[in-house]
Design a protein around this ligand. Structure first.
Ligand SMILES: Cc1cc2nc3c(=O)[nH]c(=O)nc-3n(C[C@H](O)[C@H](O)[C@H](O)COP(=O)(O)OP(=O)(O)OC[C@H]3O[C@@H](n4cnc5c(N)ncnc54)[C@H](O)[C@@H]3O)c2cc1C
Length: 249
């Protein structure tokens, strides 16, 4: 489902876990000094960071940021993403970039539920094709793309760059990696997690900070009876598999 969505971790704070740990140590390490940052070892991180996070001192996570590119999702998805206010965004402009007439599914996201109904699927594709044609016709008649875009549905594919610090990322994943989240943004959330899991500098933070849906963070499902039976187990297994991911060889 929605496999055309591409999420890439493009950049992140240099020595992210060392940065966070070193910042935390200013609180209670008498010998703390700026220069200690360069001496931070993997062992220091392993010794202090899980403990401090275990106390619930999460503000330290704000010292590391991650930048992701997200391509091929719909504007339905990015509208939900940008509701998360403690992050930074830059999105492909529909004022400056004209949609080129292409295949319907290259231009728009069509949900699986629609694709599974062949009669409706054909109707959707027909309407979307006509929409692209009218957009093109309007543009050729002198309507600028910034006005022609009013025709386009929320299904239109887009690209966005998002930068979040680790604390906001945890909050985001808590809500959006949950089975209750809409499928497209949930897919984005899990792909972000997969990107972190593949990265040796960042992988341990998934377990230490419990980066994942809220059932993982809290140890119970706050959505309760709103969720299908068995959902928590499936989510937990998925998260455990991902958080144990070995480095790519
Ligand atoms: C399953 C689901 C269904 C949803 N349905 C709807 C819906 O029907 N309609 C709708 O409008 N939205 C809906 N949303 C979006 C939701 O209401 C939030 O806007 C979105 O999830 C962003 O979350 P947030 O506000 O907690 O976090 P962020 O904006 O990511 O902020 C993180 C945290 O910072 C703090 N914070 C940020 N800004 C402020 C502030 N101004 N004042 C005080 N504290 C602040 C809060 O503690 C907040 O939780 C839905 C979300 C989900 C996950």
């Amino acid at each position: 489902m929605g496999s055309d969505i591409r999420v890439i971790l493009v950049n992140y704070t240099k020595k992210p876990l060392e940065t966070v740990t070193w910042a935390a140590l200013i609180s209670y390490w008498d010998d703390w000094e700026t220069e200690a940052f360069e001496k931070m070892s993997e062992r220091d991180v392993e010794m202090h960071l899980p403990k401090v996070l275990g106390y619930g001192h999460e503000s330290i996570l704000e010292h590391a940021t991650l930048t992701f590119s997200i391509e091929g999702c719909s504007r339905v998805c990015t509208h939900q993403l940008v509701r998360h206010r403690l992050a930074s965004y830059t999105q492909q402009s529909m004022r400056y970039i004209k949609i080129n007439p292409r295949d319907v599914e290259e231009t728009f996201v069509i949900p699986e539920s629609v694709k599974n109904n062949s009669e409706l699927y054909e109707k959707w594709k027909k309407l979307m094709k006509e929409t692209i044609q009218l957009y093109e016709e309007s543009y050729k008649a002198g309507i600028h793309q910034e006005d022609a875009r009013f025709l386009l549905p929320q299904a239109v594919r887009t690209k966005i760059v998002v930068t979040m610090n680790l604390r906001e990322l945890k909050h985001f994943l808590g809500l959006r990696a949950c089975e209750r989240a809409q499928w497209e943004i949930r897919e984005v959330a899990w792909k972000m997690l997969e990107e972190i899991a593949k990265n040796e500098d960042l992988r341990p933070i998934i377990r230490w900070a419990k980066l994942g849906p809220r059932c993982i963070q809290l140890g119970y499902c706050p959505e309760g009876e709103l969720m299908p039976p068995g959902c928590w187990k499936v989510t937990k297994d998925r998260w455990l598999r991902l958080s144990n991911l070995k480095p790519k060889v």
